[in-house]
Structures are given as C-alpha cells and as structure tokens.
Design a binder for this molecule. Structure first.
Ligand code: NAD
Ligand code: MG
Length: 405
C-alpha cells in the first residue's frame, strides 16, 4: 500500500521530531565538552539550540560553529566582543550577561544539560526546568543550596530531572523498579581523592597542583578540589537527599579507590544492587541523553579480570572534616546547605588563588557555619531568598578569610 499524503507528512514530521533539540549550559566546561563529544558523534540526531559559557568566549564560539548552534551566550559581558567577532557572518545569534543566559536556558528545547558550576547555575537551571524540557542535572550546587525550592519548582513545572552526577545516575538506574519503602539505604562511593592516604600534617602543606591531580576522574577545578577535601561527597549526600527524598539515616558514603562501583542500593530482602562502569562521565551523560533508552558511548569497557581487585573502606571524618560538616548540615536542614555551599565556593576559590592552605578550606567552611546560625535558620520562600542568604554567607566567609591566610 502507498502511503497517503497525510501519512507522508506525518513521517516527515516524525523525522524532524526525531532530531532532538539540545541545549548545553556550561558548554565550555568538562561536563559540557563531554556532552558535546557525544552529540558530535551523531550530529544528524540532534539540533543544537543554545550553548552557554562563563568566560571562555573563543572556545564557546568554536563549539557553536562546530555544532551549528542557534544561539551562543557568554555569561561574562567582557567576552562579548570576542564572541561577536568570532561568530560574525555565521548566522549564529549571540548574547552576553545574565539576562541573555537566562533567555538561552529558557529557550524551548527537548533536553538541556545543566552543567554550570556553583550556585551561579541556580537561576539558569531553573529556567530550563520551567520551560519543561528534560533537564540533565550536573550542577549539584543547585540542590545543595536550594534543594527544597528547586525540587518544588521541578514538581510545579512537571519537569523531569535526570541526575548526571555518576553516583546519582547509578542510584537512579539501580533503584528503577524498587518501591521506595523497600529501599533501606543508598551508599555513594568516593575515590578518596589524591590525599586518601595522606596524614593531616602532609595535607596541611599540600600544593594546589597536587590537589588538582585526581587519581581517576578528569573534571573542572572546583569539583576536583571538592573531591580532594571530600566535600564533593558531602555535597552529593545533600544532592541525593533532595533528588530521592531520602532521609539522612538512609544515606551513607564508602571510600572505593577504583571508582568502578558508583553507588550501592540496599534493599529490604538483603539484596545490594550496584552500578559499575569505568570512570568516564560520558557514561552517565549518555544515560541521561538516551533515557529511557540506552545509547552507545565510546568509553572504555570494564574488564574486571584485568582490574583484579575492588576495595572499599570507611571514610575518615577526622582527616576529611568537610564530610562531617556536610553530614551536620544535612541533619540541620533549613538554609544550612546554602551557607555550606557558599562558604565552600569562597574557600575553594581562595585555595585555587593561593590565598589559603588545603586544610583551611574545611576550616573556613566550619567557621562560616559556626558564625552563621542566624542565616542557617532563616526561612526562605523563593530563589531570591536563597540568593540573598548565599550572598550574606559569601560575605561572612570572605570576612573570615584572613584568619586562615
Ligand atoms: P567546569 O569548571 O569544567 O565547567 C563549568 C562551566 O560553567 C563552564 O562552561 C564555565 O564557563 C561555566 N561557568 C562558570 N561560572 C559561570 C557563571 N558565573 N555563569 C555562567 N557560567 C559559568 O566544571 P565541570 O567539572 O564541568 O562541572 C560542572 C558541574 O557538574 C559542577 O556543578 C560539578 O560539580 C558537576 N559535576 C562535574 C563532574 C565532572 O566530572 N566534571 C562530575 C559530576 C558532577
Ligand atoms: Mg559524583
């Protein structure tokens, strides 16, 4: 039978629909580049709508040209002249500054990767959520800082959030099909970072390049430092709490130096389910991109015989106090997560800038939390309230900085 004109039209429509409209917030970062690496391997399946970057306008322009983006936005207004020159004559729309960033995030798309680092990603990620696309969430700081408000917006927009953080992607994959009341707990694994076996004395004088030298993962500088202090795992506990509505008592952390098992889920019949893969963020990104299906990812295949051993150990809260602080914040609830996140961003920036030592990162976060009880207890109703608390906590952390210099 020959297809009728209407069914032909339908076919054409379907093939257009099949080309998924994709935006990447934080395209110039580690997660952004990995996402575009996957998309670039199958360009006919995707139409790139918006790409955004923070400061590197030249790289953003290259990516926009390579992926034929509709729109490229640089958050830092000083990047505008570089972007304009690099994209002149290409037909790619350009923009700079916060308003343009929010417009890019809210431009209709089928799937948005939210991979801006830090609380700076909160408003753009919420724009993506509100326009109703599937949102692949790499930006864990959104949830740490504003989890309650963020998740309420997700529910209000009836949006779908797909975790990209490898542990949370693993948890989502493993928990699928299990009734919430049958989940006794989940355990996030941590590599332990470059200082896993270092003494406190040795860590006191750890240099920046040593902290940036992660044994297993290649990531942006902020999350790499967070992995060295184990604050990253602390942030991830808060992330899991909000994503999966799990109480603190059901969330645990295990050190697993090989970074092969990403999360363990403990079920009521004694079963423990885990997800494994080689440490390459393109695996969880591919899961979020193909969800609810699976796609090919060009990552190394796991060879357990060659690896031989998978090992696990309990975390050391004394040498890694950031993890203890995050646990305390998780128990406290309220706005304590906003204070923790803001202070940590200030501390990591100060460490990367050579202003404080490695151990001072957690010490500054602790001091900020101690002197911000009022902020932690402050009720918030909106993102603006969160951002006001965030700004005050940053100011407090900056004022305490010289104590640790
Ligand atoms: P990155 O530093 O490599 O990239 C961050 C991106 O955000 C860049 O495009 C940067 O230009 C942009 N950006 C920075 N400041 C901005 C601002 N003020 N406004 C707008 N854009 C800004 O970081 P990353 O490693 O790709 O991490 C991104 C997020 O994903 C973080 O929240 C991180 O915790 C999370 N994450 C990363 C990994 C990883 O393997 N890299 C794994 C799990 C989770
Ligand atoms: Mg992680």
């Amino acid at each position: 039978m020959f297809p009728s004109l209407t069914s032909l039209n339908l076919e054409i429509e379907r093939s257009v629909v099949r080309q998924r409209r994709i935006s990447v917030l934080g395209a110039t970062g580690s997660i952004g580049e990995s996402t575009l690496d996957l998309i670039g391997r199958d360009p006919s399946s995707y139409q790139v709508i918006a790409l955004t970057g923070g400061h590197n306008a030249a790289r953003l322009a290259e990516l926009a040209i390579r992926h034929r983006a509709e729109l490229a936005v640089i958050a830092d207004p000083e990047g505008y002249p570089v972007l304009r020159q690099a994209l002149s004559g290409t037909g790619i729309e350009i923009g700079a500054g916060e308003a343009a960033l929010l417009e890019a995030a809210g431009r209709p798309a089928d799937w948005v990767m939210a991979a801006i680092v830090g609380a700076a990603g909160l408003k753009p990620t919420l724009e993506a959520v509100r326009q109703g696309s599937l949102t692949a969430l790499a930006n864990k700081e959104c949830l740490v800082s504003a989890g309650d408000i963020f998740m309420a917006e997700v529910a209000r927009a009836k949006a779908t959030l797909l975790p990209v953080d490898s542990e949370h992607s693993a948890a989502m994959q493993v928990m699928a099909g299990a009734r919430p009341e049958r989940i006794e707990g989940i355990c996030l694994t941590a590599s332990g970072g470059p200082f896993r076996n270092w003494s406190l004395d040795a860590m006191r004088t750890a240099r920046c390049e040593q902290a940036l030298d992660h044994p297993n993962w290649s990531m942006g500088p902020k999350v790499t430092i967070d992995s060295a202090t184990l604050m990253n795992k602390g942030l991830e506990l808060l992330e899991a709490h909000h994503l999966f509505s799990l109480p603190a008592a059901k969330l645990d952390v295990l050190i697993h130096p090989q970074s092969i098992v990403h999360c363990l889920v403990y079920l009521s019949d004694g079963s423990v389910l885990a997800q494994m893969s080689c440490p390459d963020m393109r695996t969880p990104i591919a899961y979020s991109l193909a969800w609810p299906e699976r796609m090919h990812a060009p990552t190394e295949r796991l060879d357990l015989a060659a690896l031989g051993t998978l090992s696990f150990e309990a975390p050391d809260f004394e040498r890694f106090p950031a993890l203890r602080l995050a646990r305390e914040v998780l128990a406290a609830g309220g706005s304590a997560g906003t204070v923790l996140n803001a202070a940590n961003e200030v501390a990591v920036e100060a460490f990367l800038g050579g202003k404080i030592g490695f151990l001072a990162i957690a010490a500054l976060v602790e001091a900020t939390l101690e002197s911000s009880a009022d902020l932690s207890a402050r009720h918030r109703r909106s993102v603006e309230d969160v951002l006001a608390i965030d700004a005050e906590a940053r100011a407090k952390a900056r004022s305490l900085l010289k104590r640790f210099a």
